[in-house]
Structures are given as C-alpha cells and as structure tokens.
Design a protein around this ligand. Structure first.
Ligand code: ADP
Length: 404
C-alpha cells in the first residue's frame, strides 16, 4: 500500500475511492476499522468511519486508530478526507482530527482544501463556494446536522484547532509563493490544475487533508497510476432505493423518481415497528422488476418540525434505524442492488447489510461509484450518494449503469 486514507463518512469514502480508481490504481475500501491487519496488496486503502458528527474525543481516537492501521499496512502517505462542503461545527471534527493525525505521523503542518471543481466546489481567498454561491448562502445553511453559516474556512477552522490558521491563496500560489508558515493552512483551488499545484508543491512535513478531489493527483504523484482497468461484477438485478438525505438535490431526485415509480415516505414522528412492517409489506407486494423508492427526504421546514418534536439526534436516529431494518428485510427478499442517498443513511444501511469491505467500480456521476461486496448469491452492489451529489435523474442513472 502506498496511500492510506481516513474518511469521515461512508459516502465521502466511496466518492474518494471512485475518484482514485479513475487513475487505474487498485483501491480497497473498508467500512469501519478492519479487525485484522491489512494485506497491503492494494495500492490505496481507505478506512471509512462515521465520525463526522461523533463527539470530538471519539472522532480523534477512531481516526488515530485508523491512521495507525494504515501505517502498519505500509502506507507511506496519509490523507484525511472530509466533505467538500467542510461539514463541521465549532467543536470539530475536521481540525481536531487533523491535529491528532499530525501527532501520529509527526507532521508539523496541515493543508486543508475541500475544493472539488468538477462538482462546483471552489475555494478562493479561503472562502468556499458551492457553484456560484458562498457556502453559507447554499443549501448547506439548512443541513440537519452540520449547518454551515460561514464561507470563510479560516474562520470556520480557527475555533476547532489549537495552532495558527493561514490561507495559501491562489494569487500567491500563481506567483510561486510557498505554503505559509501557519500550522493549519487553507489552500485555495478553483480548477483541477490548482489541486495538482497543491499536491506537487506541498512539502512532506504537511498532512494532506481535504475533499476527495485534492487526492486525485496523488496516484500520479506517488507513481501508482496505471492503465490496467478491470470490469464490474453484476449482482442479481432486484433493486431498492433508500433516501434519508434532505439536501436540496436529493429532494429533486426523490421528486423526479417518484413521478413514475412506486414510492413510500417515512415520517420520523410516526415511525414505529408497525410502520416499518407496513413498508416491508408494501415492498413485498410489488413486482420484483420494479425498483421502489423508500424515502424520509423532506423540506427544511418539515425537518425542523420533526427535530423540535423529537430532538435533532433522535429524529435522525429514528430514520437511520428504520432504513437499516428495511434494507435488511429487502436483502432477505433478494434485493442485491441498493441505491442509498445520504451519508449517515448510507452508513446505517451498509452496517445493517454487514458490508465491511468493497471493490470499487464505475462512477455513476463524479464522486459516486458503484461499489461491490460479497460474492456469488451474496454479491451486493451499492451506490452510496452523499446529499448534494448527482443530477436530478441520479436514481435512474445509477440503475441504468448496472444494466449496461
Ligand atoms: P446528507 O448526505 O444529505 O447529509 P445524511 O443521511 O448524512 O444526508 O443526513 C441526513 C440526516 O437527516 C440523517 O440523520 C437522517 O436520518 C435525517 N433525516 C432524514 N429525514 C428526516 C426528516 N424527515 N426529519 C428529520 N430528520 C431527517
């Protein structure tokens, strides 16, 4: 293994895996910290955690364990991956985990660049843009767990870390200025060439952290890019879509898919065993050739109402538990293709299906590959999409790609 990555949620990890796979390097993705040591055979290994919204101490210890595991497996370069919208709170976990990983590797600085030009995420003068909107004016302001109310990443990061925060801005980069002296540095990047510049010009004493796109130049840089590509496996065709993301794009995707396909809405205020059973009965009543959609996706107003009735954590947890149970039942019914919208939701579903390690397949859209686990009759394909990714036709696009 040449490159070891720690990712803070499951969809983010599959996004990273898909982009790195484009290089032709072999990529193995683990959901959760593996219990046995790495065989070190894959060029790149990624440990996906569910630590984006964990208590800070827990996130630090989980990520440090993952870093030790990767280094023990032979990684000579570490990468800390978080969301391209810098999802975090004043407590963390982006900054505290970076500090913990620096302590593990002995690196003295950390570079932060969530830019993902292909998906419209750009950082300029330390400010994060989502397409043409500042982060705090984008739909991220309404995120159920990590609402982002400031686009200035230096200001967002400062309360999370102990050391100084600086910006390596694009104007200075163009003039050949080296990385600033601060401990924590926000790196500007607007286009892919900027990401290549950052990777080529960041010294070894600097921990690399960012969205998935900053890692893209690494396979070339580390000499593990390859032209050898293998085909995707084909799981049995019965499929189910589960959507627990409430992002604006997912709302569009759900609305578009529900027009022509059977769909079932879950409401957190009314989601006991009886409702889950009702949903399962409904799935059983459908033709196996139909791909149904089960969704909790709702407007910001509906999410706020559920959260004030149940509490933020409990509202999310109720949905996640229900999605997990429904996925298990669907698997028992023979479903082998799962399209899941939502980072937390994907974590709950993959855990429920006891998927711990996957091979990376073709991308459905930038940042969302199909991934495959198991073999023979237990071969399962998963498309794990974080909230804002994909176009309005994502669900149909995902299903169609496996029909190719
Ligand atoms: P995203 O990738 O868009 O951030 P996540 O699945 O990570 O999606 O997060 C969405 C969170 O919102 C989950 O915890 C989910 O259970 C929760 N949620 C989904 N639907 C509702 C709803 N109707 N009301 C309240 N919370 C919800």
């Amino acid at each position: 293994m040449k490159l070891g990555c720690v990712a803070d949620d499951y969809t983010g990890a599959t996004d990273l895996a898909g982009l790195l796979r484009r290089s032709g390097a072999s990529v193995k993705l683990h959901f959760g910290l593996p219990k046995t040591p790495s065989d070190g055979l894959a060029d790149i290994e990624i440990v996906a955690l569910k630590c984006r919204t964990e208590p800070v101490d827990q996130a630090i210890s989980d990520c440090a364990d993952a870093a030790h595991w990767l280094l023990a497996g032979g990684a000579n370069q570490l990468y800390w991956k978080y969301c391209s919208t810098f999802d975090s709170t004043a407590e963390g976990n982006i900054g505290p985990v970076a500090e913990a990983l620096m302590a593990v590797t002995g690196q003295t600085q950390a570079l932060y660049c969530p830019a993902f030009p292909e998906n419209g995420r750009a950082v300029f003068m330390g400010h994060l843009f989502v397409a043409d909107q500042l982060l705090n004016e984008s739909s991220m302001k309404d995120h159920p767990l990590t609402p982002m109310d400031d686009a200035n990443l230096a200001r967002v990061l400062a309360p999370q870390v102990k050391g100084s925060v600086g910006i390596w801005n694009r104007v200075d980069q163009k003039q050949g200025m080296p990385i600033p002296d601060a401990i924590h540095i926000i790196g500007d990047a607007v286009e892919f060439a900027d990401l290549e510049f950052l990777i080529e010009n960041t010294p070894r004493n600097v921990l690399l952290t960012g969205g998935s796109a900053l890692a893209m130049p690494l396979p070339n840089h580390l000499g593990i890019a390859s032209t050898h590509q293998v085909g995707d496996p084909k799981p049995d065709s019965r499929a189910l879509i589960l959507s627990g993301s409430c992002s604006q794009m997912t709302q569009q995707q759900v609305a578009e898919y529900a027009v022509n396909h059977p769909s079932y809405q879950l409401h957190p205020e009314n989601l006991g065993e009886a409702t889950i059973q009702d949903c399962v009965n409904w799935l059983q009543s459908l033709q196996s050739t139909e791909t149904p959609l089960v969704f909790a996706t709702a407007s910001p107003e509906a999410v706020k109402a559920a959260q004030s009735a149940l509490g933020v954590t409990e509202a999310g947890a109720i949905i996640e538990r229900a999605m997990a149970q429904i996925a298990q039942k669907a698997f028992e019914m023979g479903v082998r293709r799962f399209v899941v919208a939502g980072g937390e939701t994907s974590g709950a579903v993959t855990q429920a299906l006891q998927v711990s390690e996957v091979m990376i397949g073709r991308e459905i859209c930038p940042g969302v590959p199909w991934v495959f686990s198991g073999s023979d009759s237990n071969l399962v394909g998963l498309a794990l999409k974080s909230g804002n990714f994909g176009s309005p036709s994502f669900f149909s696009d995902a299903l169609a790609l496996l029909e190719d």
